[in-house]
Design a binder for this molecule. Structure first.
Ligand code: HEC
Length: 396
């Protein structure tokens, strides 16, 4: 992340419209190396499913950066020849009887790494654009979007609303928790000891609890008093949710464990999850208080009985490399995605029948990194590569 911070000014400049026409000494490989790696390494070219036609490459690039027609043609033609379609990335889609409708919106600032949508109390959808250090508001009825700049060093990883409509963000690059007032765009920052606040959640007790992945810390902020306490924990705490009895449950992306934290004392205990290779990004809870989690590294999903510590796991339909990532439980049905596949697949798992069903995300290029349940029982999704927020309306 530090790497991107150093390059932020450069890529904001590049994202502007470019009207230049390649000169006779134009070299397409140099152009790709300079333009594309301004935001990310060229290994991303292999992360994608690859495309056989310049049109498909052009479509994907247009969600990240605006190139002049001549450069777009040269770059897209080069990529179609050298990075063709890789069928091995295709998800195994499982048919089923549940109907869903997916709406997607492309967010205004290109290449911002749109992610982690939430619903505010007034029904607006908010997202964070991590690489452009902004948060955005979408009115899902009209499609109107407004972006709010944050301090350029903040690079918010995640956002969460409070009951009054303030948007709280984790300043992943400047070691802060921040609060945006949507009424006037003003920001209040709370500096943390950890360098990289990651994901936050509000507790019914009014405090904000958060993970800091690379600092290996968990924290609690009292928004009224500004009191902030942080504790050390195992490696790479990631997703965090409030359990049925008020304890906090924490996913670990650096060890095979799920943590349980007392909200008052911040004391921690751990459930070891089978297989040392297990890495867990996100988790959620069902109405019985069971923790559901993605086993991202092993291509599985699992259920932890928090009373007994018993763990049950199921193989995700697309298998060991499917990299399940986000997770939200809605009406005791589990929704997650297979971020290692292209298109990124949205998966439904019914614990009662132990059946899977899955769909390709329409815009086609991952990754969903965090999902959110709306008050109407819809699922908010996003695609960090192709700059989109989405809403999944779940039917019968
Ligand atoms: C303004 C920033 C920006 C620029 C410039 C940019 N990209 Fe990206 N690109 C992104 C973001 C953000 C992602 C998603 C990264 C993530 O989620 O970790 C991404 C992801 C990708 C992916 C992965 C797609 C997938 O399937 O997930 C490919 C391929 C890609 N970019 C190609 C390119 C090419 C080719 C160029 C140069 C012509 C380029 N990008 C320039 C922001 C940018």
């Amino acid at each position: 992340m530090r790497f991107y911070a150093a390059l932020s000014l450069l890529w904001v400049g590049i994202a502007q419209a470019d009207v230049s026409v390649p000169s006779p000494d134009y070299d397409v490989k140099t152009d790709i190396a300079e333009t594309c790696s301004a935001c990310h390494g060229l290994r991303y070219l292999d992360l994608a499913q690859g495309y056989d036609t310049p049109q498909e490459w052009s479509h994907l690039i247009a969600s990240m950066v605006t190139l002049s027609p001549a450069r777009d043609e040269a770059v897209s033609r080069y990529l179609a020849t050298n990075h063709p379609h890789k069928p091995s990335k295709a998800p195994i889609l499982v048919p089923g009887s549940t109907n869903i409708v997916i709406d997607e919106w492309i967010t205004p600032t290109l290449g911002q790494r749109t992610r982690d949508p939430i619903e505010a109390p007034d029904g607006a959808i908010w997202w964070t654009g991590m690489w452009a250090s902004l948060v955005g508001r979408l009115d899902p009825d009209t499609g109107k979007m407004t972006e709010f700049p944050l301090p350029s060093s903040a690079r918010p990883h995640s956002i969460v609303p409070d009951d009054e409509g303030f948007i709280w963000y984790t300043g992943n690059s400047n070691g802060t928790i921040g609060r945006l007032n949507p009424a006037d765009g003003s920001i209040k920052e709370f500096p943390t000891q950890a360098r990289d606040p990651h994901t936050a959640v509000f507790h019914p007790n009014g405090s904000l609890y958060f993970t800091s992945q690379h600092s290996n810390m968990l924290g609690r902020l009292n928004p009224k008093t500004g009191d902030l306490i942080e504790v050390d924990t195992r490696r790479k705490p990631y997703g965090i949710k409030v359990g049925k009895d008020g304890d906090l449950f924490v996913a670990f992306n650096g060890t095979n464990a799920i943590g349980r934290m007392d909200p008052q004392t911040l004391s921690l205990s751990y459930y070891d999850i089978p297989d040392e290779a297990t890495r867990i990004r996100r988790l959620d809870l069902d109405s019985n208080g069971n923790v559901w989690f993605v086993n991202s590294s092993l291509g599985k999903i699992g259920r932890l009985n928090v009373e007994t510590g018993a763990v049950t796991q199921w193989d995700s339909p697309s298998g060991a490399t499917s990299h399940p990532y986000s997770m939200t439980v809605i009406d005791d049905v589990v929704w997650y995605n297979e971020s290692g596949m292209r298109p990124d697949a949205l998966v439904r798992f019914d614990p009662e029948s132990e059946r899977f069903q899955s769909w390709a995300i329409p815009s086609g290029v991952g990754i969903i990194r965090h999902t959110w349940k709306t008050r109407d029982g819809d699922l908010l999704i996003h695609q960090s590569s192709s700059n989109r927020v989405g809403r999944v309306r779940i039917g019968d």
